[in-house]
Design a protein around this ligand. Structure first.
Ligand SMILES: *Cc1c(COP(=O)(O)O)cnc(C)c1O
Length: 344
C-alpha cells in the first residue's frame, strides 16, 4: 500500500523500535524519566527556548500552550481554518473556556494589519485578546509556510498590544526544509510553540511544547489537568528523539517527491493540481476529469494507493517518510489508469 492520506501514517523505523526497547525510563510525573528529560532539553536547545514539555498529541500541545497564556473567558485570534478551531474537538472552547476569533487569511497567513485592528483589552462587555495564534506550516491551506517577515510583523503588533503569541508548528520543520530558515527563528517570535514528532518526522506518538522555564512549569499543571501526565513515557520519547535526529534533514526529500507528484499529475491534465506544492502536500483537482471523487478513491484503493477526499472535488496527497521516489512513480501510474481510463 502507498498511503498518501497523511504524514501521520508512518511506521516507526527499526532504529526507533530499538531505541524504544533500550530506553532508560522513570516516572515522568516526578520528573524522573531521563529519556524524556533529555528530549525536552534537546528540543528547547534546538528551538532556542529555555524549556520544553513532552505531550502525547499536538492537540494537547495547543491546549497546554493556550492554557498557559490565557484565562477562561479570554479570546484567541487565529486564522479561520486553524487546526485547533476545526480538528481538535472544540477543545479550546470546552477544555480551556476560550472564545475563538477567526480571521480569514491568505494561504493560511493572517497579517499584522488585519490583526492589529482586532486585538482588544477586556472591558465590562468584551473578552480581552490573550493570544494571537499562527499555524506553520498551515495544514488546511495545503502545507503553506508562514513567511518569517509576516510572522515577525504579526508578533510585534501582537506583543505591542499586550497579546501573547503562539505558533502551532505541528510541521515547523517542513517550513525550515522549504525555506532554509531555521525553525528557531520562528520560535523566537512566539511565547509558546508546539510541534509534532508524529507527523513528517516519523515517530509513532508524541508532540512537544517549548517556551520559558516558568511557562513550562505552568504547562506541567495544564497538562496534568488535561490528563496528559504520563509515567515511564521514555519508551515513547526515545522514538521521538530518533525522529528528531534522523527525520528533520530528510524532509526536503518529501518536498521533492511532492513536486514530482504534482508534475506527473499535471501531465494528465494541466489543471490537475490546485497549485504548486510548497512542502509535502499536493491537492489533486478532480474537476477536469469529470469523475466521481468517491469512485476515484475506491479505484485508487484497489490499485494500492490510499488517498484522502477533501471538499470541492479535491484530494489531498501527502508525501512522507514511508513514501519514496519509486512509490511516487507507482502512484502516478495508478492515477493515470484511474483518471484516464478511456485511453488505457
Ligand atoms: C496534526 C496537527 C495538530 C495536532 O494533531 P494531533 O493529531 O492531536 O497530534 C495540530 N496542528 C496542526 C496544524 C496539525 O496539522
Amino acid at each position: 500500500m502507498i498511503d498518501l492520506r497523511s504524514d501521520t501514517v508512518t511506521r516507526p523505523t527499526p532504529e526507533m523500535r530499538r531505541a524504544m526497547a533500550d530506553a532508560e525510563v522513570g516516572d515522568d510525573v516526578f520528573g524522573d524519566d531521563p529519556t524524556v528529560n533529555s528530549l525536552q532539553e534537546h528540543v528547547a536547545d534546538l528551538l532556542g527556548k529555555e524549556a520544553a514539555l513532552f505531550v502525547p498529541t499536538g492537540s494537547m500541545g495547543n491546549q497546554v500552550c493556550l492554557g498557559v497564556l490565557s484565562r477562561p473567558g479570554d479570546e484567541v485570534i487565529c486564522e479561520s481554518r486553524a487546526h485547533f478551531l476545526h480538528y481538535e474537538g472544540g477543545s479550546v472552547a470546552t477544555n480551556l473556556g476560550l472564545v475563538t476569533r477567526p480571521v480569514p487569511g491568505t494561504d493560511g497567513v493572517i497579517t499584522a494589519d488585519q490583526v492589529g485592528l482586532l486585538i482588544r483589552q477586556r472591558s465590562e462587555h468584551n473578552p480581552g485578546t490573550a493570544v494571537v495564534a499562527m499555524e506553520n506550516t498551515h495544514n488546511s491551506a495545503g502545507g503553506k509556510v508562514f513567511p518569517l517577515e509576516a510572522a515577525r510583523s504579526l508578533s510585534e503588533v501582537s506583543h505591542a498590544a499586550g497579546a501573547s503569541v503562539h505558533i502551532d508548528g505541528a510541521r515547523i520543520f517542513n517550513a525550515q526544509a522549504a525555506t532554509g530558515t531555521p525553525a528557531r527563528e520562528w520560535a523566537a517570535l512566539a511565547d509558546t510553540i508546539t510541534f509534532c514528532f508524529s507527523k513528517g518526522l516519523g515517530a509513532p506518538i508524541g508532540s512537544i511544547v517549548s517556551s520559558t522555564a516558568e511557562r513550562i512549569e505552568e504547562g506541567r499543571y495544564v497538562r496534568k489537568r488535561l490528563g496528559g501526565g504520563m509515567r515511564q513515557v521514555g519508551v515513547i520519547a526515545a522514538a521521538a528523539r530518533v525522529a528528531v535526529d534522523t527525520g528533520i534533514e530528510r524532509l526536503v526529500e518529501d518536498h521533492e517527491n511532492a513536486r514530482i507528484l504534482a508534475t506527473g499529475l499535471r501531465q494528465l491534465h494541466e489543471d490537475a493540481v490546485v497549485e504548486e506544492p510548497q512542502t509535502n502536500m499536493v491537492f489533486l483537482n478532480l474537476a477536469p476529469f469529470a469523475v466521481d471523487a468517491s469512485e476515484v478513491a475506491e479505484r485508487l484503493l484497489s490499485e494500492g494507493v490510499l488517498t484522502l477526499g477533501f471538499p470541492g472535488a479535491t484530494m489531498r496527497l501527502v508525501t512522507h517518510r514511508d513514501v519514496d521516489r519509486s512509490d511516487v512513480d507507482t502512484a502516478l501510474l495508478a492515477f493515470k489508469r484511474v483518471l484516464r481510463r478511456d485511453e488505457t
